[in-house]
Design a protein around this ligand. Structure first.
Ligand code: ADP
Ligand code: MG
Length: 451
């Protein structure tokens, strides 16, 4: 059941903005599924009403996409004691209760892996992406012809996934006979490894599945690992599809020759037809994106508020969306307009005002305070789990917020060896993927750090 819930959360996270996701789904758990009756545990009454009114459809769709029939979704409060307990027990997972999962018995069409939320219509064209967008339109008109492979690169949060999924969605609409598959390279790998393990044909079935595809979209190519068998497999599939005039679309955060583990021949093939990049949006681009996102959600926002956000969030579109989502959520909560939220000082989870300089000591103090420990206790050698966890959270925040080197962090938190610090940061990074309580805690600590 945990797997199901994890998949459902992943999907919800994909279909709403990440700030909305962390605002509303932190601490939300799946309590039971029984013959289509789904009970979801929420931490408080406020979240319950918000989730119920805003996200019921999204939740339902996410279950259904995971082959779970939904008859009814109800929301139960997770009682105070339990959530309290969870707060102090960072590794705890949502409780598993006996479930009876009813699978949809109808046969599904071949899954494209595409998220319908990403369309060309809602991809805002600006000076930062117009070239890539015209290539995208060209591919949608004539898949398999020009710009093959289409190699799209750019920093995180600049719209790579959105644009390539939008191409996929547009192709399925325009050319319904073509089979499109979107797959992150990491899933390509895990499927490949699974198929070798499970299947006597040594991956034949896997290869055959890909050979049926007309448009293959590979996301996050930079995550390709090692010059091992799966890279050879990828290269093979790439070549066969290419020779059969199938369209191949690849995204990456950098050029292939900057990825160490990539075979040189593969690297050069990927950019045969050129490499197109997405750049940072300019101020005008940022305003246009914000305006259209607000419009799309059907909410009111003042021009001044838009300009404030565009002025302060310069990193990427994801951060822009995050800040907009945050301000709109607070506006909704407090019954204020977005501009009032900014003027009252509630903005700024991701804005530059955040980069207000704080000292390492301040961070360590705030973490200790949050976990009700003295700094001395937290920075001791104690292996008691909640103390160790607090220490690791300090390491994590010193690294993420201040960019301190691991030897410096070691000094700040009183450990001898900087590899202990590396391990600590990695541990928190990993835990954060699944542990919503920990996400909550770290967000609260950050609030207090920058308060
Ligand atoms: P990447 O894959 O490059 O890390 P994403 O495609 O996930 O980035 O984009 C991050 C977020 O920003 C997504 O929610 C996406 O919809 C949005 N986004 C990025 N660029 C644009 C754009 N030009 N117009 C509208 N939304 C965009
Ligand atoms: Mg992406």
């Amino acid at each position: 059941m945990l797997d199901v819930w994890r998949n459902v959360l992943d999907e919800i996270e994909q279909s709403i903005s990440s700030s909305q996701f962390s605002t509303w789904f932190a601490g939300v758990e799946l309590l039971s599924i029984d013959e289509g009756k789904i009970v979801i545990g929420v931490p408080n009454i406020f979240k319950r009403s918000q989730i119920q009114s805003r996200y019921s459809e999204v939740i339902k769709a996410a279950f259904e996409h995971n082959d779970i029939k939904v008859r009814e979704i109800s929301y139960d409060m997770i009682n105070g004691k339990k959530s309290l307990k969870d707060r102090n027990n960072h590794t705890s997972q949502p409780q598993t209760i006996k479930v009876n999962i009813e699978r949809n018995s109808t046969i599904k069409p071949l899954s494209t892996g595409l998220n319908p939320r990403y369309t060309l219509e809602n991809f805002i064209i600006g000076s930062n992406n117009d070239l890539a967008v015209s290539v995208a339109n060209n591919i949608v008109e004539h898949p398999g012809e020009k710009y093959n492979p289409f190699f799209l690169y750019g920093g995180p949060g600049l719209g790579k996934t959105h644009l390539v999924q939008a191409i996929g969605n547009a192709i399925t609409e325009k050319h319904p006979k073509l089979r499109v598959l979107y797959i992150p390279i990491s899933s390509f790998y895990s499927e490949f490894i699974k198929s070798i393990r499970n299947n006597r044909g040594g991956g034949d079935e896997f290869r055959q599945k890909f050979m049926k595809i007309d448009v293959l979209i590979i996301d996050d190519f930079q995550m390709i690992i090692g010059k091992d068998q799966s890279q050879v497999e990828f290269f093979d599939i790439f070549n066969s599809l290419y020779q059969a005039n199938k369209h191949i679309i690849v995204t990456s955060d950098r050029l292939p020759d900057q990825i160490k583990s990539v075979d040189e021949r593969l690297a050069s093939r990927l950019t045969w037809a050129g490499a197109f990049d997405l750049q940072l949006p300019t101020f005008e681009d940022r305003c246009a994106i914000l305006r259209s996102k607000a419009e799309y959600q059907g909410v009111f926002i003042e021009d001044e508020a838009i300009e404030y956000i565009a002025e302060n969030v310069k990193t990427n579109v994801r951060a822009l969306e995050g800040e907009l989502g945050h301000i709109l959520a607070v506006a909704d909560l407090k019954g204020m307009t977005p501009l009032a939220v900014i003027n009252e000082g509630y903005a700024g989870t991701t804005t530059n005002t955040r980069t207000k300089t704080v000292s390492p000591k301040h961070i360590v103090d705030q973490v200790a305070k949050y976990y009700k420990l003295s700094v001395k206790e937290m920075c001791s050698k104690s292996r008691v789990s909640h103390i160790k966890n607090a220490r690791q959270v300090s390491m994590y925040l010193l690294s993420k917020e201040l960019g301190l080197s691991t030897p410096k962090i070691a000094l700040e938190v009183g450990v001898k060896d900087h590899t202990t610090v590396m391990h600590g940061i990695k541990k928190i990074d990993n835990d954060l993927k699944l542990d919503f309580n920990l996400r909550d805690q770290i967000n609260s600590i950050k609030e207090s750090i920058y308060a």
